[in-house]
Write a protein that binds this ligand. Structure first.
Ligand SMILES: [Zn+2]
Length: 210
């Protein structure tokens, strides 16, 4: 199987309930096609998530994201696309409170393609990349809709490496199918004209379009 990011030959990780492929070059891990849920099943899994404002932990998660990834690097407000915002667009509301203008898109919950013909100062994509079956297809789309010098802020849990992958909690959600680490994001930056402004090796990566 070829890596979905860098086309290098992957290795199989076989001792698990599903087959995963690991790229020794960029460290992407992705699940075998056969284990990917169909979109109806996937949507019903998302609806089980408690993503509304009533969930305090969820709001707090985004407050921390804004404090660590947005505020230190992005000083002026502008037009934001929250790509894959989910059923209760909490991050968008928090960014609006900070005077950003926010467009929301989610293939299941806000399917209108509001980003067509527009370019953004900031695109946020939180808890989305782990769900992507074809990450480069989505990256092409996001890249195209960034202005020059604009930012792409990603939140996803970085995988712990193949030795600790078997016991890693994050992969137990059957909608989580693709996993990254710092090397994978470096490879993505190389493929596009992107600079990594900040990444913490754990959850966050902030790219800037050159
Ligand atoms: Zn790779």
């Amino acid at each position: 199987m070829d890596c979905k990011i860098c086309n290098n030959k992957t290795l199989d990780i076989l001792e698990l309930e599903s087959i995963y492929y690991y790229c020794p070059k960029c460290n992407l891990i992705f699940i075998d096609e056969i284990s990917i849920l169909d979109s109806i099943e996937e949507k019903s899994r998302y609806e089980e998530h408690e993503n509304g404002h009533e969930n305090q932990g969820y709001v707090r998660m985004f407050e921390i994201f804004i404090k660590q990834v947005i505020e230190p690097y992005i000083s002026k407000t502008g037009l934001v696309l929250d790509f894959g915002c989910g059923p209760g667009p909490v991050l968008g509301a928090l960014l609006k409170e900070r005077d950003f203008t926010v467009d929301q898109y989610d293939p299941y919950f806000f399917p209108e393609r509001v980003f067509e013909g527009k370019k953004y100062d900031l695109i946020t994509s939180t808890e989305v990349f782990e769900h992507l079956k074809e990450p480069l297809q989505e990256m092409n789309k996001l890249y195209e809709h960034l202005k020059k010098d604009a930012y792409l802020a990603i939140m996803t849990s970085f995988h712990p490496g193949i030795d600790d992958f078997a016991d890693w909690w994050y992969k137990r959600d059957p909608t989580h199918i693709t996993f990254y680490n710092s090397n994978t994001f470096k490879e993505i930056a190389r493929k596009y004209s992107l600079e990594i402004v900040f990444e913490d090796g754990d959850k966050y990566c902030l790219f800037k379009k050159r």
